[in-house]
Design a protein around this ligand. Structure first.
Ligand code: DP6
Length: 325
């Protein structure tokens, strides 16, 4: 079969971790120290088209209509697919990100999940979700979970074969929404890759994190099965702050939160004082995501509008898994 001029397009949505992945035991294969749980979001996604072409002498990539010059991580990823499929052609990759790049909204999750799906299919491989999840993992850990819609769990495993995500629940039964406040859409100064490495190597609390996260994972999983919004929200918020305290306790110490993140957190506390249930979570960037039920969206939004412009506030519902377009 000729692979030329057979462009394949895939869409993957980003996900927000409710129980975070923070730290690797194998940096090359991206095997995590702890399992994690996420919710895939409908609002943020990446669409990627891959076309293998005999005439190319290297991979080329365009992101949002701009040529990407340093594509080492992409080429390394493409090499994995070339090895798996025994092909030696290069590819043209055209990608559109409907996610603020590198601002802690995990564009790498939707990015590598979409790339894994499009590239593997364009290379003639017919991977099932588990295989796709393993492949996406080689690009970025959080991408492992973006293969699935709804709630997913990345089971940490111990090696390349047994570290992959599974679906926990899709469609999602719980009434759950995620309000993202986009405080900064600039690339972050300390990538999650770098940040987690510093935490693993220097935070005296890292072992405690691993232990606690194992418990948080069970609590969140039970909350999903029992449709217990309160237990899910509370534990996700605690788990997120436990992750951020690893950054503070590292050497050198670093911080993803900025003053606007704290402002959002204070708004959330004020809402809770008024009896409006909502919780916050943050990844490796300043943006805060609020976990809430539909009935409270309006009230939460009007509280946030006291400090932030409407276009900075994005409301997501649970999203779908990988889709070929
Ligand atoms: C805080 O998946 O971006 O979002 O595997 O090094 O590419 P690499 O890291 P990445 O880290 C995500 C960290 C997190 C938590 C999470 O999504 O679980």
């Amino acid at each position: 079969m000729s692979l030329d001029n057979n462009p394949i397009t895939a869409r993957a949505h980003t996900n927000i971790a409710l129980v975070k992945y923070w730290g690797k035991k194998d940096e090359k294969l991206i095997i995590p120290n702890n399992s994690s749980i996420s919710l895939t979001l409908d609002e943020f996604y990446t669409e990627t088209t891959v076309n293998f072409d005999d005439n190319l002498h290297q991979d080329i990539m365009y992101l949002d209509n701009k040529k990407v010059n340093s594509i080492k991580s992409i080429t390394n990823f493409m090499d994995i697919v070339r090895n798996l499929s025994n092909i030696n052609k290069f590819a043209k990759i055209i990608s559109y990100n409907h996610v603020p790049t590198s601002a802690g909204l995990a564009s790498s999750a939707s990015g590598f999940a979409a790339l894994a799906a499009a590239t593997s299919k364009a290379a003639g491989l017919n991977l099932n979700d588990k295989e796709l999840s393993k492949l996406a993992r080689r690009g970025s850990g959080s991408a492992t979970r973006s293969i699935y819609g709804g709630f997913a769990e990345w089971k940490k495993g111990t090696n390349d074969k047994n570290s992959y995500a599974v679906s926990i629940q899709n469609p999602v039964k719980m009434d759950i929404n995620m309000i993202a406040i986009i405080l900064d859409n600039q690339p972050k100064k300390i990538s999650s890759r770098k940040g987690m490495k510093i935490s693993v190597n220097t935070s005296p609390y890292y072992n405690a994190w691993e232990k606690q996260t194992t418990k948080d994972l069970e609590t969140v999983k039970d909350a999903i099965y029992n449709n217990d919004f309160t237990a899910l929200g509370k534990t996700a918020e605690l788990n997120s702050m436990r992750m951020h305290s690893l950054t503070l306790s590292s050497d050198p110490s670093y911080l993803y939160l900025n003053k606007d993140s704290l402002l959002v957190i204070n708004h959330i506390k004020a809402l809770r004082d008024k009896g409006i249930e909502c919780y916050y979570t943050m990844d490796a960037g300043p943006n805060v995501k609020i976990i809430c039920q539909s009935k409270n969206i309006k009230k939460i939004k009007s509280e946030l509008l006291q400090s932030f412009d409407e276009e900075k506030i994005k409301i997501s519902k649970p999203g779908e898994g990988i889709k070929y377009l």
